[in-house]
Write a protein of this length. Structure first.
Length: 163
């Protein structure tokens, strides 16, 4: 686990493209993601230059196999809150990577004054839901018909953890 660097842009983009292809639990569908490395570098640079935002990556050798991004509010009234996005390659799920990413995130959040962590998870994504409960998130609400996948509407749980 480590903080992302600008030089990781190409590998992070490749990871996200793989995730778009292998799972329906991420927001973007295959072919929907912008595929320019310079755009990924710009996004990483914006995150790293903002005090309440971060991306952590999990690696296996030189390959990025998972990431967790925390995107803090941009105003004084919501700067204490960070929205979480996490993605781990299918072959690496169940190996404790998600738990370690969340532990790393919490250490960072305490240092940065983040008080509220929030995320959404599709109601039928039982593995992710179990991970989020394990690391202390609770359901705050249900977003009915929040996502549209393969002609069907899917509910999402809105989950939160207060630090």
């Amino acid at each position: 686990m480590r903080e992302i660097e600008i030089t990781d842009a190409k590998e992070l983009l490749e990871l996200c493209l793989k995730l778009d292809k292998e799972t329906q639990f991420m927001m973007l569908e295959e072919g929907e993601r912008q595929q320019a490395v310079d755009k990924q570098q710009d996004q990483i640079n914006r995150v790293l230059s903002t005090h309440n935002q971060i991306i952590f990556i999990a690696t296996n050798g030189d390959q990025i196999v998972g990431y967790l991004g925390a995107y803090g509010g941009e105003y004084r009234r919501n700067a204490h809150s960070a929205y979480i996005v996490i993605g781990i390659l299918k072959d690496y799920i169940g190996q404790g990577i998600g738990t370690r990413l969340f532990q790393t995130l919490e250490q960072w959040a305490y240092k940065c004054g983040i008080h509220r962590l929030e995320l959404t998870v599709m109601a039928h994504n039982l593995q992710a839901f179990a991970l989020y409960k394990k690391v202390g998130f609770t359901i705050e609400g249900i977003k009915k018909h929040s996502i549209h996948i393969d002609g069907s509407y899917v509910d999402e749980y809105y989950m939160v953890k207060l630090l």
